[in-house]
Design a protein around this ligand. Structure first.
Ligand code: NAP
Length: 262
Protein backbone atom coordinates (compact mmCIF):
# COMPACT_ATOMS: atom_id res chain seq x y z
CA UNK A 1 0.00 0.00 0.00
CA UNK A 2 1.30 3.48 -0.87
CA UNK A 3 1.76 5.62 2.20
CA UNK A 4 1.14 9.36 2.31
CA UNK A 5 -0.96 11.72 0.25
CA UNK A 6 -0.27 12.66 -3.33
CA UNK A 7 -1.75 15.53 -5.27
CA UNK A 8 -1.39 14.90 -8.97
CA UNK A 9 -2.61 17.45 -11.54
CA UNK A 10 -1.02 15.70 -14.53
CA UNK A 11 -2.93 16.48 -17.74
CA UNK A 12 -4.76 19.41 -16.13
CA UNK A 13 -4.28 23.10 -16.90
CA UNK A 14 -4.32 25.70 -14.15
CA UNK A 15 -4.40 29.44 -14.78
CA UNK A 16 -2.55 31.70 -12.34
CA UNK A 17 -3.16 35.42 -12.75
CA UNK A 18 -0.11 37.43 -11.72
CA UNK A 19 1.71 34.10 -11.88
CA UNK A 20 4.98 35.59 -13.08
CA UNK A 21 6.21 37.13 -9.82
CA UNK A 22 5.68 37.41 -6.08
CA UNK A 23 3.23 34.98 -4.49
CA UNK A 24 1.82 34.09 -7.91
CA UNK A 25 5.19 32.87 -9.15
CA UNK A 26 5.44 30.38 -6.29
CA UNK A 27 1.83 29.32 -6.86
CA UNK A 28 2.66 28.69 -10.55
CA UNK A 29 5.63 26.57 -9.49
CA UNK A 30 3.49 24.83 -6.88
CA UNK A 31 0.85 23.63 -9.34
CA UNK A 32 3.57 22.68 -11.84
CA UNK A 33 5.27 20.62 -9.10
CA UNK A 34 2.01 18.66 -8.90
CA UNK A 35 2.17 18.11 -12.69
CA UNK A 36 -0.25 20.77 -13.99
CA UNK A 37 0.26 22.73 -17.17
CA UNK A 38 0.41 26.38 -16.13
CA UNK A 39 -0.94 29.45 -17.89
CA UNK A 40 0.50 32.61 -16.42
CA UNK A 41 -1.48 35.81 -16.90
CA UNK A 42 0.46 39.04 -16.46
CA UNK A 43 -0.07 42.69 -17.26
CA UNK A 44 3.18 44.38 -18.21
CA UNK A 45 6.26 42.51 -16.93
CA UNK A 46 8.91 41.98 -19.57
CA UNK A 47 10.13 38.58 -18.36
CA UNK A 48 6.86 36.60 -18.11
CA UNK A 49 7.66 34.50 -21.20
CA UNK A 50 11.00 33.43 -19.79
CA UNK A 51 9.43 32.69 -16.39
CA UNK A 52 6.92 30.36 -18.10
CA UNK A 53 9.69 28.69 -20.13
CA UNK A 54 11.72 28.13 -16.98
CA UNK A 55 8.76 26.47 -15.24
CA UNK A 56 8.07 24.27 -18.28
CA UNK A 57 11.68 23.09 -18.31
CA UNK A 58 12.00 22.58 -14.56
CA UNK A 59 8.81 20.54 -14.12
CA UNK A 60 8.32 18.96 -17.56
CA UNK A 61 4.90 20.55 -18.06
CA UNK A 62 3.43 22.93 -20.62
CA UNK A 63 3.66 26.52 -19.47
CA UNK A 64 3.00 29.74 -21.32
CA UNK A 65 2.59 33.40 -20.40
CA UNK A 66 -0.42 35.36 -21.66
CA UNK A 67 -0.57 39.15 -21.51
CA UNK A 68 -4.03 40.31 -20.40
CA UNK A 69 -5.41 43.04 -18.17
CA UNK A 70 -7.77 41.15 -15.85
CA UNK A 71 -9.96 44.23 -15.48
CA UNK A 72 -11.07 43.87 -19.13
CA UNK A 73 -13.74 41.16 -19.34
CA UNK A 74 -13.71 40.69 -23.13
CA UNK A 75 -9.92 40.21 -23.21
CA UNK A 76 -10.05 37.76 -20.31
CA UNK A 77 -12.76 35.64 -21.98
CA UNK A 78 -10.75 35.50 -25.21
CA UNK A 79 -7.50 34.57 -23.47
CA UNK A 80 -9.14 31.84 -21.37
CA UNK A 81 -10.49 30.19 -24.55
CA UNK A 82 -7.03 30.43 -26.11
CA UNK A 83 -5.42 28.82 -23.04
CA UNK A 84 -8.00 26.02 -23.05
CA UNK A 85 -7.16 25.27 -26.69
CA UNK A 86 -3.39 25.66 -26.44
CA UNK A 87 -2.50 24.03 -23.11
CA UNK A 88 -5.42 21.61 -22.69
CA UNK A 89 -8.65 21.74 -20.69
CA UNK A 90 -8.53 24.30 -17.88
CA UNK A 91 -9.47 22.69 -14.54
CA UNK A 92 -8.41 25.33 -12.04
CA UNK A 93 -7.94 29.05 -11.60
CA UNK A 94 -5.85 30.93 -9.09
CA UNK A 95 -7.13 34.53 -9.20
CA UNK A 96 -4.05 36.00 -7.60
CA UNK A 97 -3.33 39.32 -9.36
CA UNK A 98 -3.81 42.24 -7.00
CA UNK A 99 -2.72 45.85 -6.58
CA UNK A 100 -2.64 48.45 -3.86
CA UNK A 101 -2.51 52.23 -3.54
CA UNK A 102 -1.15 53.47 -0.22
CA UNK A 103 -2.25 57.06 0.47
CA UNK A 104 -4.19 58.90 3.14
CA UNK A 105 -7.92 58.62 2.44
CA UNK A 106 -8.24 62.34 1.79
CA UNK A 107 -5.81 62.02 -1.13
CA UNK A 108 -7.33 58.97 -2.76
CA UNK A 109 -9.00 59.61 -6.12
CA UNK A 110 -11.66 58.01 -8.29
CA UNK A 111 -8.82 56.87 -10.53
CA UNK A 112 -7.19 55.08 -7.56
CA UNK A 113 -10.53 53.43 -6.76
CA UNK A 114 -10.99 52.20 -10.34
CA UNK A 115 -7.40 50.93 -10.44
CA UNK A 116 -7.61 48.97 -7.17
CA UNK A 117 -11.16 47.67 -7.54
CA UNK A 118 -10.62 47.05 -11.27
CA UNK A 119 -8.00 44.41 -10.49
CA UNK A 120 -8.85 43.19 -6.98
CA UNK A 121 -12.62 42.85 -7.41
CA UNK A 122 -13.64 43.17 -11.08
CA UNK A 123 -10.49 41.37 -12.26
CA UNK A 124 -11.20 38.42 -9.97
CA UNK A 125 -14.85 38.40 -11.05
CA UNK A 126 -13.89 38.51 -14.75
CA UNK A 127 -11.46 35.60 -14.48
CA UNK A 128 -13.77 33.53 -12.27
CA UNK A 129 -16.72 33.95 -14.65
CA UNK A 130 -14.53 33.22 -17.71
CA UNK A 131 -13.47 29.93 -16.06
CA UNK A 132 -17.03 29.08 -14.98
CA UNK A 133 -18.29 29.65 -18.54
CA UNK A 134 -15.74 27.15 -19.88
CA UNK A 135 -16.74 24.59 -17.25
CA UNK A 136 -20.50 24.96 -17.46
CA UNK A 137 -20.36 24.73 -21.29
CA UNK A 138 -18.77 21.29 -21.06
CA UNK A 139 -20.42 20.30 -17.78
CA UNK A 140 -17.14 19.77 -15.99
CA UNK A 141 -16.22 20.62 -12.42
CA UNK A 142 -13.58 23.17 -11.50
CA UNK A 143 -11.86 24.84 -8.57
CA UNK A 144 -11.13 28.52 -8.08
CA UNK A 145 -8.80 29.93 -5.43
CA UNK A 146 -9.01 33.68 -4.96
CA UNK A 147 -6.05 35.42 -3.36
CA UNK A 148 -7.69 37.91 -0.99
CA UNK A 149 -5.86 39.05 2.17
CA UNK A 150 -6.16 39.12 5.93
CA UNK A 151 -6.94 42.80 5.17
CA UNK A 152 -10.44 41.59 4.31
CA UNK A 153 -10.94 41.35 8.08
CA UNK A 154 -8.58 43.79 9.77
CA UNK A 155 -7.11 47.25 9.36
CA UNK A 156 -3.34 46.74 9.44
CA UNK A 157 -1.37 49.01 11.69
CA UNK A 158 1.61 51.17 10.88
CA UNK A 159 2.18 51.72 14.61
CA UNK A 160 0.25 51.61 17.87
CA UNK A 161 -3.29 52.63 16.82
CA UNK A 162 -1.97 54.14 13.57
CA UNK A 163 -3.64 52.54 10.55
CA UNK A 164 -1.91 51.71 7.28
CA UNK A 165 -3.42 54.14 4.78
CA UNK A 166 -4.89 51.77 2.23
CA UNK A 167 -8.64 52.09 2.54
CA UNK A 168 -9.36 51.03 -1.06
CA UNK A 169 -7.09 47.98 -0.81
CA UNK A 170 -8.60 46.75 2.46
CA UNK A 171 -12.17 47.29 1.36
CA UNK A 172 -11.50 45.66 -2.03
CA UNK A 173 -10.29 42.56 -0.21
CA UNK A 174 -13.40 42.50 2.00
CA UNK A 175 -15.45 42.82 -1.19
CA UNK A 176 -13.65 40.04 -3.03
CA UNK A 177 -13.93 37.67 -0.06
CA UNK A 178 -17.69 38.25 -0.28
CA UNK A 179 -17.65 37.77 -4.06
CA UNK A 180 -16.01 34.38 -3.42
CA UNK A 181 -18.79 33.30 -1.08
CA UNK A 182 -21.50 34.44 -3.50
CA UNK A 183 -19.93 32.59 -6.44
CA UNK A 184 -19.41 29.48 -4.29
CA UNK A 185 -23.11 29.41 -3.46
CA UNK A 186 -24.19 30.09 -7.07
CA UNK A 187 -21.89 27.56 -8.69
CA UNK A 188 -21.99 24.69 -6.18
CA UNK A 189 -24.74 22.95 -8.24
CA UNK A 190 -22.30 22.93 -11.20
CA UNK A 191 -19.49 21.30 -9.21
CA UNK A 192 -17.48 24.52 -9.23
CA UNK A 193 -15.82 25.25 -5.89
CA UNK A 194 -14.67 28.75 -4.94
CA UNK A 195 -12.46 29.43 -1.94
CA UNK A 196 -10.28 32.25 -0.69
CA UNK A 197 -6.65 32.17 0.37
CA UNK A 198 -6.05 35.13 2.66
CA UNK A 199 -2.37 35.72 3.34
CA UNK A 200 -0.83 37.84 6.06
CA UNK A 201 2.31 39.84 5.26
CA UNK A 202 4.40 38.15 2.57
CA UNK A 203 7.86 39.14 1.33
CA UNK A 204 7.14 40.35 -2.24
CA UNK A 205 7.42 43.56 -4.28
CA UNK A 206 4.15 44.68 -2.66
CA UNK A 207 5.74 44.75 0.80
CA UNK A 208 9.41 45.41 -0.04
CA UNK A 209 8.81 49.14 -0.54
CA UNK A 210 7.70 49.47 3.10
CA UNK A 211 9.79 51.47 5.54
CA UNK A 212 12.11 48.98 7.35
CA UNK A 213 10.95 50.37 10.72
CA UNK A 214 7.36 49.63 9.75
CA UNK A 215 8.24 46.10 8.65
CA UNK A 216 9.99 45.48 11.99
CA UNK A 217 6.97 46.83 13.89
CA UNK A 218 4.58 44.65 11.93
CA UNK A 219 6.69 41.50 12.20
CA UNK A 220 6.94 41.96 15.98
CA UNK A 221 3.14 41.99 16.14
CA UNK A 222 2.65 38.71 14.30
CA UNK A 223 2.48 35.67 16.62
CA UNK A 224 5.07 33.87 14.43
CA UNK A 225 7.17 37.09 14.55
CA UNK A 226 8.01 37.29 10.84
CA UNK A 227 6.62 37.90 7.36
CA UNK A 228 5.84 34.81 5.26
CA UNK A 229 7.83 33.70 2.25
CA UNK A 230 5.73 33.36 -0.92
CA UNK A 231 6.32 29.56 -0.95
CA UNK A 232 4.35 29.33 2.30
CA UNK A 233 1.16 30.14 0.36
CA UNK A 234 1.51 27.08 -1.86
CA UNK A 235 0.24 24.27 0.40
CA UNK A 236 -3.20 25.76 1.07
CA UNK A 237 -3.67 26.76 -2.57
CA UNK A 238 -2.76 23.37 -4.00
CA UNK A 239 -4.97 21.67 -1.41
CA UNK A 240 -7.97 23.85 -2.37
CA UNK A 241 -7.43 23.14 -6.07
CA UNK A 242 -7.28 19.39 -5.45
CA UNK A 243 -9.94 16.76 -4.86
CA UNK A 244 -8.79 16.49 -1.23
CA UNK A 245 -10.81 19.70 -0.85
CA UNK A 246 -13.91 18.25 -2.56
CA UNK A 247 -16.16 19.29 0.37
CA UNK A 248 -14.61 22.73 0.75
CA UNK A 249 -16.31 25.68 -0.88
CA UNK A 250 -17.07 29.25 0.17
CA UNK A 251 -14.29 29.17 2.76
CA UNK A 252 -11.74 31.85 3.58
CA UNK A 253 -8.43 30.34 4.68
CA UNK A 254 -5.99 32.59 6.53
CA UNK A 255 -2.28 31.90 6.14
CA UNK A 256 -1.14 34.75 8.32
CA UNK A 257 1.30 33.53 10.97
CA UNK A 258 -1.51 33.82 13.50
CA UNK A 259 -2.08 37.56 12.93
CA UNK A 260 -5.85 37.30 13.32
CA UNK A 261 -5.69 35.79 16.80
CA UNK A 262 -5.12 39.20 18.37
P1 NAP B 1 3.10 41.55 -6.67
O1 NAP B 1 4.42 40.93 -6.37
O2 NAP B 1 2.96 43.03 -6.64
O3 NAP B 1 2.60 41.00 -8.10
C1 NAP B 1 1.37 41.40 -8.63
C2 NAP B 1 1.05 40.52 -9.82
O4 NAP B 1 -0.25 40.89 -10.33
C3 NAP B 1 2.03 40.72 -10.97
O5 NAP B 1 2.28 39.47 -11.57
C4 NAP B 1 1.28 41.63 -11.93
O6 NAP B 1 1.65 41.48 -13.31
C5 NAP B 1 -0.15 41.13 -11.73
N1 NAP B 1 -1.14 42.15 -12.13
C6 NAP B 1 -1.32 43.37 -11.57
N2 NAP B 1 -2.31 44.03 -12.23
C7 NAP B 1 -2.76 43.19 -13.19
C8 NAP B 1 -3.76 43.28 -14.19
N3 NAP B 1 -4.53 44.38 -14.33
N4 NAP B 1 -3.94 42.23 -15.04
C9 NAP B 1 -3.17 41.11 -14.93
N5 NAP B 1 -2.22 40.96 -13.99
C10 NAP B 1 -2.01 41.99 -13.14
O7 NAP B 1 1.97 41.00 -5.70
P2 NAP B 1 2.03 39.94 -4.50
O8 NAP B 1 2.54 40.62 -3.31
O9 NAP B 1 2.65 38.68 -4.97
O10 NAP B 1 0.47 39.71 -4.27
C11 NAP B 1 -0.27 38.75 -4.97
C12 NAP B 1 -1.69 38.73 -4.37
O11 NAP B 1 -1.60 38.45 -2.98
C13 NAP B 1 -2.42 40.07 -4.49
O12 NAP B 1 -3.78 39.85 -4.74
C14 NAP B 1 -2.21 40.68 -3.11
O13 NAP B 1 -3.18 41.62 -2.79
C15 NAP B 1 -2.30 39.44 -2.25
N6 NAP B 1 -1.65 39.62 -0.93
C16 NAP B 1 -0.34 39.99 -0.84
C17 NAP B 1 0.22 40.15 0.43
C18 NAP B 1 1.66 40.53 0.61
O14 NAP B 1 2.05 40.81 1.76
N7 NAP B 1 2.48 40.56 -0.42
C19 NAP B 1 -0.56 39.93 1.57
C20 NAP B 1 -1.88 39.56 1.42
C21 NAP B 1 -2.42 39.40 0.16
P3 NAP B 1 2.94 42.31 -13.88
O15 NAP B 1 4.16 41.64 -13.31
O16 NAP B 1 2.84 42.16 -15.37
O17 NAP B 1 2.77 43.70 -13.39
Amino acid sequence: MTKGFTIDFTGQTIIVTGGNRGIGYELSRGVATAGANVAIIYKSSKDADSVAEKIAKEFGVKSKAYQADVSKADIVTKVFKQIDEELGPVTGLVANAGVSVVKPATELTEEDFNFVYGVNVLGVFNTATAAAKLWTARQSKGSIVINSSMSSQIINQAGENIPLTQVFYNSSKAAVSSVAKGLAAEWAPHGIRVNTLSPGYVNTDQTSHMDPKLRTYQAANIPLRRFAEPQEMVGQTVLLLSDYASYMTGGEYFVDGGQLVW
